[in-house]
Design a protein around this ligand. Sequence first.
Ligand SMILES: [Zn+2]
Length: 80
Amino acid sequence: MHVATPGTPRSVEYVAAVVWGLAVWLCERGIDRLGVCADPRCPTAFLDDSSNRCRRFCSDRCATRHHVRAHRARHRATQP
Ligand SMILES: [Zn+2]
């Protein structure tokens, strides 16, 4: 199967193949597996490959950063 017109630049073929692969992956697993990071400072999209479909952050590092920021904000709010 060809996902790009013959003779197109190699980079276009790679991008077309990646988009094709993403479309197949989403069709098999469901569009709800495509998400955007729950951290308001992070615009990263991700594919949720968890078994219970509950992933909220693009990475563990981003989740930790978000939770530390929330913890510090709660701590500041309790300080006089
Ligand atoms: Zn993120």
